[in-house]
Design a protein around this ligand. Structure first.
Ligand code: AQP
Length: 334
């Protein structure tokens, strides 16, 4: 069976963009068609500073979020990255395959390092190489992600191709990005040109998966919009990024297309549409947040799920690392 891999950083504030662009898609891909492997990428999280207490809390909260959203830890392999050392070990090999220039071109590196690149961590620079290792240590072929990860997935393919060429093998598969649905890029509620993000300093810019019904309703009520009524056709959303974002969120939450939503709500003012969206968001997200809160009271259970997931993950990752070492010529491997 083809294997799916994806991950989310436990860097705080799991939000609606992570849910619609990634987590909800992870749930959809569970089934007999794929083996699904999902990871809390704590090694990625520390490429920017994380307070140790916050990191531990966010990792457990993220695990609770995965399960509350519908990931079945019996079916899917669910674990945190640091507990499967093969990720970091393969990443080192890939650091020696990938080129500096490839990393320098990454827009996430440019955005996150900002003007003072000399002061960014070496880990942040090498982030895409570790991501390639996350995927390829499982020989995963399908990777569901949001639109912002497209460039990193292309780099994963480049690393696999160069490794195979350099060593004259056909070992690492060429992975397919799975960037689908109406919410591959959920935008900030305060600025339709910025993506909804964990690190935005304004909490009003995002809906957190832990927000209660009042907070969700308030954030939607205050979301930036334009003064016009909603159009009935999709073309009418061009040049209206905030309107388009709210329609896309509605569509994704309701498992509809944006066209279907507009057929129903075209002509309505935001004063009428926003309460509809708030009601739908609360209906879909409240059960997740209350289940997350319940699971957070069961810390030992979460830790056990992660430990068991790491064990299962290593049974796949370990032979692939050994084979990689053997291909590279490391004595003792195999
Ligand atoms: N706004 C978004 N819309 C759709 N998908 C999104 N993802 C993130 N933001 C959106 C997807 O969520 C998955 C996990 O993301 P991540 O935590 O690994 O990385 P991130 O992009 O760093 O998340 P943030 O919220 O954007 O954090 P900061 O603020 O640190 O930059 C990925 O599949 C991602 O595409």
């Amino acid at each position: 069976t083809p294997r799916v891999f994806s991950g989310i950083q436990p860097s705080g504030n799991l939000h609606l963009g992570n849910y619609l662009g990634a987590l909800k898609r992870f749930v959809d891909m569970q089934g007999p068609e794929f083996q699904t492997v999902y990871c809390m990428v704590d090694l990625h999280a520390i490429t920017t500073w994380q307070d140790p207490k916050d990191l531990a809390h966010s990792t457990r909260e993220l695990c609770a979020g995965f399960i509350a959203a519908g990931i079945d830890p019996e079916h899917s392999i669910l674990f945190n990255q640091s507990q499967v050392p093969e990720h970091a070990q393969l990443a080192w090999v890939f650091n020696c395959v990938a080129r500096m220039g490839w990393m320098q071109r990454m827009t996430q590196w440019k955005d996150k390092a900002g003007k003072n690149q000399q002061n960014a961590s070496l880990g942040l620079f090498a982030y895409p190489s570790l991501m390639a290792a996350d995927i390829l240590i499982y020989h995963a072929t399908h990777v569901p992600v949001g639109d912002d990860q497209k460039q990193h997935l292309e780099l994963t393919r480049d690393i696999a191709i160069k490794f195979n060429n350099d060593f004259g093998v056909d070992f690492f598969p060429i992975t397919e990005p799975v960037i689908e649905g109406t919410a591959t890029r959920v935008m900030s509620l305060r600025d339709g040109s910025k993506k909804m993000s964990k690190s935005d300093t304004s909490d009003m810019s995002r809906i957190n998966m832990t927000d209660d019904a009042d907070a969700i309703a308030k954030k939607i009520r205050k979301a930036k919009t334009d003064p016009d009524a909603l159009p009935s056709e999709i073309d009418g959303l061009e040049d209206r990024p905030e309107a388009r974002n709210l329609v896309n969120i509605y569509a994704a939450l309701n498992d509809q297309t944006a066209e279907q939503v507009l057929a129903d709500v075209g002509g309505k003012q935001f004063g009428d549409f926003k309460p509809m969206l708030a009601e739908l968001a609360v209906e879909k997200l409240s059960p997740i947040s209350s289940e997350m809160a319940r699971l957070m009271g069961e810390e030992a259970e979460i830790d056990q799920i992660l430990a068991r997931g790491a064990e299962r993950a290593r049974t796949i990752a370990s032979p692939i690392l050994q084979k990689t070492y053997e291909i590279v010529g490391m004595v003792g491997a195999g």
